[in-house]
Structures are given as structure tokens and as C-alpha cells.
Design a protein around this ligand. Structure first.
Ligand code: ZN
Ligand code: ZN
Length: 395
């Protein structure tokens, strides 16, 4: 192992207690997308105390950017970004383990900084990107739109999961809200005077269920009725469906979202309602940079990780949009539970000492990968060429 990598690992090990407390503090107070005020305060305070230059509320109220102080004097080198997430889910808390992603991002940054400071010659720059609202809206999408990733060369993050994997796929998603508007009336005395918006929503829900039989095996459509009316004795004048439409590619996403939108329109027409369809967010599929992933994998294996490389679909993430902007990786690591993400068991598993120890291994693997790239300009060139190739293939 190189001196730089050894310095990175030692620096992370020195902060194991503070990193455990950091992740626990975020887990203890789960906050929803765009409401992560406590997590934002906890993380920005931690990184300030660790000696990073921190911009709170960077681009978005609960986003932040932190940089290594050496960036200023070493402006010519590549800029490596590590990504923190920290939003939770309604009712089930940190069931996706984003408290651990925040911990991993901070730990990796501490490690990379130690590597950069150990080097006698300037190697490059380090940025920690605090990205809110992964579970809804897509903080990273908004940050990309505002140019936050413009001077970033590579972006690295890890995500907790039931297994260690570098091959799981994250497909593209578009979130659609359909609001049907009818006309209220007394449901017993004058039902014929009403136009039932709930009937339109139910018709659409059933038609989408029938559409499923004709969908490709790796397409997904799933939704809820988030507003089904006010009271049984009023013909519902408003109803809302919230749907996620997912496919492996952007082109297929347009096809499937088009079919779903047609169903919303026709259900509205059949029931005499108006419908307003709003696209809430759109995440791209994740393109894991194959060179970066290979480095990550061999660094992880050098720390004792054994990968379970079963191909599986693991959901969608706004890291997909980052991966279409700069070379990125989004590998998964196990935290000692068979439970899947977005379950109460996973919430419990995301705050154990074992999860913490696996998070530090994942963070060390990121730090070592960053050092591999920072110390080898040829590798960065290769990573960027592969990025362009993979982007073209995905189009
Ligand atoms: Zn999630
Ligand atoms: Zn997640």
C-alpha cells in the first residue's frame, strides 16, 4: 500500500468515534426531503470542526459544499467530489441508511485530505457535496441545473444495501402527479349533480394495472392515491394520483410515461373530469464509470470485502443525473442485514456498530480510489474517455 493510502486509512481510523456519533445524530432525527435542517446543521458543524471550508445552504437551503483548504494553493489539479446524502423517509425514518451515506462522505473526505497532505507535490482538489432530497424531488438534479458540478472531475459515493455490489442497476424514473377535478355534490341527495374525481383516479389506477401485463420485464410503474376526496357524503371534486414510472433508459422512459399520461387523460375524459399532470422529478439511470468502479472494487477487496455480483435492479437515484454529468460511481455495501431498503428492519440496521464499521470500509475504498486517480493523470484521462464512451452507449 502506498504512503498516501496508508495516511488516508489512519486518518479515518482516528475519527471513528466522531464519525459514529455523526451518523447516529442524523439517524436519531430523521427529516424528509428539503426539510433536513438538523442534518444540514450537524454535518456543516462537523466539517467546519474538521477544518474544511464550508458553505451552508449552497444552492439549496439544506445543501452544502465543503472544500479542503489546500484547494486554493493547488488549483490546477483535478477536483474530486465525495457525495453526502441525509434525507429520510416518511413514517419509517432512515430506512435507506442515508445517515450512513453522510458518514461515508465525511470519512472519505477526511481520508482523501490526509492523502493530499501527505503528498509532497500538489495532486488536486477535494470537494464534499451535501446533496439533500434524494428520496423526493432530487437535490442533485437541482444542483446540477445550478452548475454545482461544473468544476468537478469525478464524483464518488457509496450506498448501504443488503449486499456488497458493484453491478446492481439503478434505472431512470419520472415522478408524475395527476390531479383530477370534478364537481362536488351531496352524495345521497343529488349525486347526479356531481362529477366524481375519485372515479377518474380509480379508473386510471386500474387501467395502469392492466397496462403492466404489456410492459417489459425491467419496466416499473407504481403509485398511490394521495387524495381520494374529503368525506363519503360529498361526491369527490378533487383526487390525486402519485406515480413513479421507471425504465432502464431515457428513451424507454418517454414511451412508458407517455402511455401512463394517456391513461390519466382518458380516465379524466371517461368520467367527465379535468386532469392536470405534473412531472415532479426525473432521474437518469446510473452509469457507473467502469474504470472508477474497477479501482473501487480492488481497493475494497484489499480491505477484505467479498462482492456478491448478482445482477439486480436496485431502484433509482438522482446520482444517475450526476453520473451523466461527470464520471461517477454509486457502489452498494452491505450493513449486516438481509432486509431490503425502505423497510423498518433496514432502519434498525442503519444504526448499528456493524453498519458503522462497514461504512468506514466503504469510505476507505472511496478514499483509496480517489488517491489512485489523483496520483495518476493517465488514469484520469482514461476515466474521462470511458465516461464519454459509456454516455454515448447509454443514449
Ligand atoms: Zn431510498
Ligand atoms: Zn437511498
Amino acid at each position: 500500500m502506498t504512503d498516501l493510502k496508508a495516511a488516508a486509512l489512519a486518518a479515518i481510523d482516528r475519527e471513528t468515534a466522531s464519525l459514529r456519533s455523526l451518523s447516529e445524530a442524523i439517524w436519531d432525527r430523521p427529516e424528509l426531503a428539503m426539510e433536513e435542517h438538523e442534518a444540514h446543521a450537524t454535518l456543516t458543524k462537523y466539517l467546519t470542526e474538521q477544518g474544511f471550508d464550508v458553505q451552508s445552504g449552497y444552492c439549496l437551503e439544506t445543501a452544502f459544499k465543503a472544500t479542503w483548504r489546500g484547494n486554493e494553493e493547488r488549483v490546477c489539479g483535478p477536483n474530486v467530489a465525495v457525495i453526502c446524502e441525509y434525507d429520510a423517509l416518511p413514517e419509517i425514518g432512515h430506512a435507506c441508511g442515508h445517515n450512513l451515506i453522510a458518514e461515508a462522505g465525511c470519512a472519505a473526505a477526511i481520508g482523501i485530505r490526509a492523502g493530499l497532505e501527505t503528498s509532497e507535490k500538489p495532486l488536486g482538489r477535494l470537494t464534499i457535496m451535501g446533496t439533500p432530497a434524494e428520496e423526493a424531488i432530487g437535490g442533485k438534479v437541482k444542483m446540477i441545473e445550478q452548475g454545482c458540478f461544473q468544476d468537478i472531475d469525478i464524483a464518488l459515493m457509496v450506498h448501504p444495501f443488503p449486499s456488497d455490489s458493484t453491478v446492481a442497476t439503478f434505472i431512470s424514473v419520472c415522478c408524475l402527479n395527476a390531479t383530477f377535478t370534478g364537481k362536488a355534490s351531496h352524495a345521497a341527495a343529488f349525486p347526479w349533480e356531481g362529477i366524481n374525481a375519485l372515479d377518474a383516479a380509480v379508473s386510471a389506477y386500474n387501467a395502469i394495472s392492466m397496462l403492466r401485463q404489456q410492459m417489459k420485464p425491467d419496466w416499473r410503474v407504481h403509485g398511490i392515491i394521495s387524495n381520494g376526496g374529503a368525506k363519503p357524503n360529498i361526491i369527490p371534486e378533487k383526487s390525486t394520483l402519485e406515480y413513479f414510472v421507471r425504465t432502464p433508459t431515457a428513451a424507454e422512459l418517454d414511451v412508458l410515461a407517455g402511455k401512463v399520461k394517456n391513461i390519466f387523460e382518458s380516465a379524466a375524459q371517461a368520467n367527465g373530469c379535468q386532469v392536470d399532470v405534473e412531472e415532479i422529478c426525473r432521474y437518469s439511470n446510473v452509469i457507473n464509470n467502469s474504470d472508477l468502479m474497477q479501482l473501487f472494487r480492488s481497493n475494497s477487496e484489499s480491505l477484505g470485502v467479498q462482492f456478491d455480483e448478482k445482477e439486480r435492479m436496485a431502484g433509482s437515484t438522482d446520482m444517475g443525473n450526476v453520473s451523466h454529468t461527470v464520471p461517477s460511481i454509486h457502489p452498494l455495501y452491505s450493513i449486516g442485514t438481509d432486509a431490503f431498503n425502505h423497510t423498518r428492519h433496514f432502519t434498525a440496521a442503519a444504526n448499528t456498530d456493524y453498519a458503522h464499521s462497514k461504512t468506514l470500509i466503504a469510505a476507505k475504498s472511496i478514499a483509496m480510489t480517489a488517491i489512485d486517480v489523483l496520483t495518476n493523470p493517465e488514469m484520469l484521462k482514461k476515466v474521462k474517455a470511458t465516461f464519454r464512451c459509456q454516455l454515448q452507449e447509454a443514449a
